[in-house]
Design a protein around this ligand. Structure first.
Ligand code: PEP
Ligand code: MG
Length: 765
């Protein structure tokens, strides 16, 4: 078995991935495992969360009449033991085990040997996979390893099918559908409760939403018209190529035409339409099924046919979509859901109707997330398990704080989120009056709140919230929105608009920070390990022509205003900093000579984003005017947790003691050097964190405009002395959760009106 193990595994996974629903996934699994391992029995027990029992869900070799009808509690039987211990149990003589539970009728009395392995997805036991045999023997190591591997590989598919299943069940009117939660990443903060509209790119068979059709006969007619149109296209194509193709190649077009015949694939599509599905959905379902079948074939020629079927399917889909391409009737509180939402979809929907966004792919630095933050639209990115095509027209909750999406929430959860949503609306109104008040503690300590910007649209929003300066202008944003590097003059104009709008307040412009997950379409950087590769200052030092043009544009834009500050991203050593400073001085001198003016040199600062910079903070501080902590990257590098990976989002902890100690050290070092210290990562916009940061001695907090009023309200309600006490307590704690709980309990106690609740309470997992 060893030799074919990988191949067998690959085939099982492929086949299971192509299955229509959860039951098919389970049936295929038991059938293929039993066949591949040559055992007499293979069964699956799946956990039913609401009942807290493991239900006999599929079998090959035992009595199938009992499927779905019997179940075990976690403390019952060997199944319960495997689930409870979260490890395989391999027995030569199962009946002799004290936990063995006899289930009459199912037919397992003949089978002595038993091997059960847990099916675990994201730390949760979904069920148990079992093989059994009459012959009394212990399954060998290879067999155990194989079963564990199959189980680990299938866990994700089962979880996905379960989630999809609960959605389908609900749509078909079954009451028993369970709540489904999907994890992603926070794209933009906030809560949205609304109705989904699925956004599908044209002619993409995998992104067609599930919809019911209103008039079955009309839908059938429409489908056959589109089919006929594609047949005509193929005929024309064949004729056009006839002189250039050999007869056997020409024959291919006849094959295509036969596939498009009313009596081939179309028959299956018709069947689904008759059951009430719209033509686009029925077509994509049938075509994808055939594509998968062809892809699984051994024969290379047949395998290749998958491409043909897909191509024909796309052509028909394009016709179906073109005819349905009228304006979408967006419901109130629309939540746009798609595989990969792009910034352009935001332009298609009336802004008063847009409540939230969910994208299966992408991260917080995708364009759409940047725009969403600027527009204040709660957004979840990277919700990789979301069966988005099944969600059309569903009520969902988007938790943009935690990056969660809830489908069919329990009444309890719904009420909790509704309450948070309402309080947020109220809070926003309540906080408006803070706009012109200073950010000052009750014992008169001043803490200026600045904003992070990137788009032109951020300007109005920031001023509206009472920003006192810009602590981070991400200059890569205008670069990202273009098709080539902007020229010096183009840049000057963009920077000038920013500087003028905020003048006389300071605007801190960060030099181009690309690489990592931010790649410019016209300057692609492809690396195996991009976050540890060519990014930030490393790119611009290797390309002084880009750096110099940018710095010149900034300084030209600053002429007559004088509110520019320049900030350098990703600095990890003194030589790197000195090299960058040299270039800035050179640009400044050249420009002064060129323009024949006495050009003021702007203040220059360094971002503290990598652990090395924490330990060199003093050396850096001596050389520049200010340091600003980029806590997003600093957290990622200190904890070795990719900030864009939903799978490890739980351990990306901003309140991790290591992060807090690093933040404190940077503040202490800047204070010792008598230099300004600020922070411009997301942490600055967290009200609980703001208390610690003011106590550490941070002079400026720079954040997303949306968070500014909340932070201001917290700071205005606490004294510096009290904040210092809390900091002292927090610095002794050994885990992030302790720190957060500690701060939140203090905040809640302080705030009797619950006005603080929306942004400190996280709805628990
Ligand atoms: C940071 O890393 O904290 C930061 C502010 O920069 P960016 O999020 O743009 O990487
Ligand atoms: Mg950064």
């Amino acid at each position: 078995m060893q030799k074919n193990m990988l191949e067998s595994l690959r085939r099982i996974v492929h086949e299971v991935n192509a299955a229509d629903d959860l039951q098919a996934v389970l049936n295929i699994t038991v059938m293929r495992v039993q066949e591949t391992m040559g055992t007499e029995v293979c069964s699956i027990y799946l956990r039913e969360n609401e009942l807290n029992r493991y239900v006999f869900s599929a079998t090959e070799g035992l009595n199938k009449n009992f499927v779905g009808k019997i179940s075990m509690a976690p403390d019952e039987g060997l199944v319960g033991q495997v689930a409870l211990r979260e490890e395989p149990i391999n027995l030569e003589h199962a009946e002799a085990h004290p936990k063995f539970l006899f289930m009459p009728g199912i037919g397992e009395e003949r089978f002595s040997s038993f091997l059960g392995v847990p099916i675990i997805h994201q730390r949760e036991v979904l069920g148990v996979l079992i093989i059994q045999q009459v012959e009394r023997r212990r399954f060998d190591e290879d067999e155990e390893a194989f079963l564990v591997t199959v189980s680990a590989q299938l866990a994700g598919v089962i979880a996905h099918a379960q989630a999809t299943g609960s959605i389908v069940k609900l749509e078909s009117g079954e009451k028993k559908a369970a709540m489904a939660r999907f994890r992603g990443l926070s794209g933009a903060p906030g809560i949205a409760i609304g109705t989904t509209v699925v956004v599908s790119p044209p002619a993409d068979l995998t992104a067609v939403p599930f919809r019911r059709c209103k008039d079955i006969d009309a839908e059938l007619k429409f489908f056959h018209e589109c089919l006929a149109a594609v047949r005509e296209d193929i005929k024309t194509l064949g004729e056009q190529l006839s002189t250039r193709l050999a007869p056997e190649e020409q024959a291919l077009f006849d094959v295509y035409l036969r596939m498009l015949d009313d009596n081939a694939l179309a028959l299956e599509v018709d069947e689904f339409i008759r059951q009430g599905e719209w033509a686009q959905g029925a077509l994509s379902r049938v075509v994808l099924k055939h594509v998968r079948t062809f892809e699984m074939m051994e024969d290379i020629y047949l395998k290749e046919r998958a491409t043909d079927v897909k191509d024909l399917g796309r052509r028909v889909l394009a016709y179906l979509q073109a005819a349905n391409g009228g304006p979408v009737d967006y419901p109130d509180r629309t939540i746009l859901v798609g595989e990969e939402l792009t910034a352009s979809v935001l332009g298609e929907i009336p802004s008063e109707k847009l409540a939230g966004l969910v994208s299966v792919k992408g991260s917080s630095s995708s364009h759409v997330a940047i725009l969403a933050r600027s527009m204040g639209i709660p957004t979840v990115m990277g919700a990789v398990d979301l069966p988005f095509t099944q969600l059309e027209g569903s009520e969902i909750i988007v938790d943009g704080y935690n990056g969660h999406v809830f489908f069919n929430p329990t009444q309890d959860l719904y009420s909790q989120y509704q309450a948070i949503y309402e309080e947020e609306q109220q809070l926003a109104k309540g906080l408006e009056k803070l706009k012109d008040l200073p950010c000052v503690t009750t014992d008169e300590h001043r803490l200026p709140l600045w904003v992070n910007t990137g788009l032109q649209a951020d300007i109005a929003r920031s001023l509206d919230r009472g920003a006192e300066g810009v602590g981070l202008y991400r200059t890569e944003v205008p670069f990202l929105l273009r098709e080539r590097f902007p020229s010096e003059e183009e840049q000057r104009k963009i920077y000038r608009a920013h500087l003028e709008a905020f003048s006389p307040m300071a605007v801190t412009m960060r030099t181009l920070d690309v690489g990592g997950d931010k790649s410019l379409p016209y300057f692609p950087i492809e690396e195996d390990n991009p976050f540890l590769g060519w990014r930030g200052i490393r790119v611009t030092l290797d390309h002084p022509e880009i750096f110099l043009v940018q710095v010149r544009a900034m300084m030209k834009a600053n002429a007559g205003l004088g509110n520019l500050r320049i900030m350098l991203p990703m600095i990890s050593s003194v030589p790197e900093l000195e090299e960058a400073l040299e270039l800035i001085y050179r640009a400044h001198d050249e420009l002064a000579e060129e323009l024949q003016v006495d050009l003021e040199l702007p203040e220059i600062g360094v971002m503290v984003e990598v652990p090395a910079a924490v330990y060199q903070a003093r050396e850096f501080a001596r050389r520049v005017s200010f340091l600003s902590v980029g806590s997003n990257d600093l957290t990622q590098y200190l904890l070795a947790v990719d900030r864009n990976n939903a799978r490890v989002a739980d351990i990306y902890q901003a309140f991790h003691p290591a992060v807090l100690h690093a933040l404190k050290k940077v503040a202490d070092d800047c204070i010792a050097e008598n230099k300004q210290v600020s922070i411009c990562g997301e942490l600055a916009g967290d009200p609980a964190a703001a208390i610690l940061l003011v106590a550490m001695g941070y002079n400026v907090l720079s954040m997303n405009a949306a968070n500014l009023p909340k932070v201001k309200s917290v700071i205005r309600n606490i004294s510096l002395a009290r904040a210092k006490e809390l900091l002292q307590g927090a610095m002794t704690m050994e885990s992030a959760s302790h720190v957060r709980e500690y701060l939140e309990s203090v905040l809640l106690e302080q705030d009797k009106t619950t006005i603080l609740r929306p942004y400190i309470s996280k709805v628990s997992d």
